[in-house]
Design a protein around this ligand. Structure first.
Ligand code: ZN
Length: 309
């Protein structure tokens, strides 16, 4: 009993110190948002679908209520692309893009997460055909919303763009559109931070991939993540390692191709990857909240330590 009370007090104290310093995200809101975005009502958020539009409307209302700025009409960057696999042109894909001006620099950190997923597909034996995409990538999207909220309240040194991207599952289309039609010169971007699948890992490990190309980023992250839970690992970014190389595996890919340094936060694939079982019930809530707080800590360190000139 003693121990329990002490532990509880200790936890409360720990939480309140974090909150006084303002260095943690709103975990309640984070979990509510991932649950909503991965709910059956949104039917897997496939690009072009009604569920995808509902997810977008939700993100849009969040960005508006926190009074982010934007360079796009009503926060929306519309784009079209051809999906060769389906032999179909998607005319109405939309990225949602918000902006926070930096206190010391016009140089940009661009934070991205895709909100689309694969929609409805082959049912399981139990008859579940909705691919909820809780980890992939309602987890990154809900984290993006909380990071935007945090940096709107706690102004960063660098300017920041928060982009919820569409069309990732059809070939990183939203990121390609954003890089192609970016509202500032690309040289102004010091870093892309991409989040895709950050809510579960049995070994308690989160990867920060991409530092192979920019070792100085690794030094900053190692400092920020000393003794962290989850454990922050590096790798999956060496050239010529085939499927083990994640450099083009998500939305950081088009930034890499445009010579923009990137950090990709993500976990290794799990049994529910691109399956109906990637649902809210199967994420690890504790892992997820800790992972997003770790990403916040890393982002704060990068914002402080990266050059602002
Ligand atoms: Zn994904």
């Amino acid at each position: 009993m003693q121990l329990t009370i002490k532990t509880t007090l200790c936890c409360l104290l720990f939480l309140s110190i974090q909150e006084i310093n303002g260095q943690s995200i709103d975990s309640k809101s984070l979990l509510e948002n991932i649950e909503y975005l991965s709910g059956d009502d949104l039917k897997g958020r496939k690009t072009g679908s009604e569920g995808n539009a509902e997810a977008r409307a939700f993100i849009l209302s969040e960005f508006k209520s926190m009074e982010l700025e934007t360079q796009y009409p009503d926060f929306q960057q519309e784009f079209s692309f051809e999906n060769r696999r389906e032999n179909k042109t998607y005319e109405n894909a939309v990225n949602i893009v918000g902006f926070v001006a930096g206190s010391e620099s016009e140089k940009l950190i661009v934070i991205t997460a895709h909100y689309d997923h694969v929609g409805i597909g082959r049912p399981t034996e139990a008859g579940d055909s909705i691919y909820n995409g809780a980890d992939d990538n309602a987890s990154g999207t809900a984290a993006l919303i909380e990071l935007a909220k945090y940096f709107k309240k706690n102004r960063p040194k660098h300017s920041m763009i928060f982009a919820a991207l569409d069309g990732e599952e059809m070939g990183l289309q939203g990121a390609k559109a954003l890089v192609k039609d970016f509202p500032f010169p690309l040289e102004q971007i010091v870093l892309n931070i991409n989040m895709d699948m950050i809510s579960r890992n049995e070994k308690g490990e989160l990867y920060a991939s991409g530092t192979y190309y920019n070792p100085s980023l690794k030094t900053i992250l190692e400092g920020a993540a000393t003794g962290s839970t989850p454990k922050l690992l590096f790798g999956h970014d060496e050239p010529n390692t085939g499927r083990d190389n994640w450099t083009q595996s998500s939305d950081h890919g088009p930034f890499f191709s445009a010579n923009v340094p990137h950090i990709y936060f993500g976990v290794e694939d799990h049994v529910d990857y691109h399956k109906p079982g990637d649902s809210f019930e199967n994420i690890d809530q504790k892992f997820y909240v800790n992972a997003v707080n770790l990403i916040l800590k890393c982002t704060l360190a990068l914002d402080t330590e990266l050059t602002q000139e």
